[in-house]
Write a protein that binds this ligand. Structure first.
Ligand SMILES: Nc1nc2c(ncn2[C@@H]2O[C@H](COP(=O)(O)OP(=O)(O)OP(=O)(O)O)[C@@H](O)[C@H]2O)c(=O)[nH]1
Length: 309
């Protein structure tokens, strides 16, 4: 299943315009995780996006973009804002310490660096970061299937919606509902019904090959997938692919016409603009799903905007 990163080694990004300082810090932190380097603010932001570090040791005094500005950019970006930031500076005044903490840093280390103190503080903040990652993961996941839950879906959709608004790229959504699931529960029992939902969740995750495709449990026997950069045809194709993957599972369902578990899928895609909201996109997807059920189930429908008379 996606996204359990608890077993991964810690990732640290060291940012300082002096290569000598970077070498020294890397030496101090050896064996504590994977280390990346940046010698200016712009590079730091790019590397943070690419490598998703757990912790960033950020020099305050740098040309072009200083540490506080880098911190501000990191905290404004939802994809980067969870990294723990420790400022490293030769300023020792209370005023600088307060400014660093107000900017969103978790700690403040003064130069000259004392290696055992640096290691101890980094270790503490890596432990805290791991714990908050675990809590976040628990809060965002559906306990039964392990995929994202409805709350996580709402957050991810609004982030993706804004991102696609900026890039003017199409955003797709596919919503899937198990057919005749009440009959399934009635025939096989609720526990086997739970198992069936877990199999379906795994199959959807396995069918979602791009890392940014986010699979969520939307309600009881309903799942929803966010498909970045997908136009209507690509989203429709994905919907058909999903339906076929559930067929391939061949989960027995003697109370359904085909004798196996099938799903109905509704899909929609749009380049988000001011006339559309994330909620409306979900409603469109739901309407398409309703149409698929209406057409006899075990099929895929694309939302069609009503034509002007
Ligand atoms: N086992 C199990 N059943 C669930 C869960 N969540 C919802 N359900 C059941 O899913 C069934 C959904 O029933 P309906 O909404 O009538 O839909 P359906 O029987 O699938 O019929 P169609 O959607 O029209 O094909 C209900 O019986 C719910 O109790 C769950 O977590 N586990």
């Amino acid at each position: 299943m996606e996204c359990d990163q608890t077993a991964l080694p810690a990732r640290m990004l060291l940012v300082d315009d002096s290569p000598t300082n970077l070498r020294f810090l890397a030496h101090v932190l050896h064996n504590m995780g994977e280390i990346f380097f940046a010698t200016c603010g712009q590079d730091a932001l790019q590397i943070a996006r690419d490598k998703q570090p757990d912790l960033i040791l950020l020099d305050v005094e740098m040309p072009a973009m200083n540490g506080y500005e880098v911190c501000q950019h990191l905290k404004q970006d939802p994809a980067l804002s969870d990294a723990a930031i420790i400022f490293v500076t030769s300023h020792q005044s209370m005023e600088h310490e307060v400014r660093a903490l107000e900017a969103g840093a978790v700690d403040f280390i003064s130069k000259p660096l004392n290696p055992p103190v640096v290691r101890a503080r980094v270790r503490t903040h890596l432990t805290l970061k791991q714990q908050s990652d675990k809590l976040r993961q628990l809060a965002n996941r559906d306990g039964m299937t392990g995929v994202f839950n409805r709350r996580a879906f709402d957050d991810m959709l609004s982030v993706e919606f804004r991102r696609h608004q900026r890039t003017r790229m199409p955003l797709g959504i596919a919503m899937l509902d198990v057919d005749f699931f009440k009959r399934y529960n009635d025939l096989y029992g609720h526990l086997q019904g739970d198992d069936c939902l877990r199999h379906i969740a795994h199959a959807i995750v396995a069918s979602s090959r791009r890392p940014a495709e986010s699979v969520c449990r939307y309600g009881g026997e309903e799942f929803i997938v966010i498909l970045p950069n997908s136009d209507a045809q690509q989203t429709l194709k994905y919907g058909h692919w999903l339906r076929e993957q559930i067929h391939r599972l061949a989960l027995p369902h003697q109370a359904a016409e085909l004798g196996i578990v099938t799903v109905s899928v509704g899909v929609t895609a749009a380049i988000p603009d001011a006339s559309l909201s994330p909620l409306q996109m979900v409603q469109h997807c739901d309407q398409a799903l309703y149409a698929a059920k209406h057409q006899g189930r075990d099929c895929v429908c694309l939302f069609q905007a009503p034509q002007d008379p």
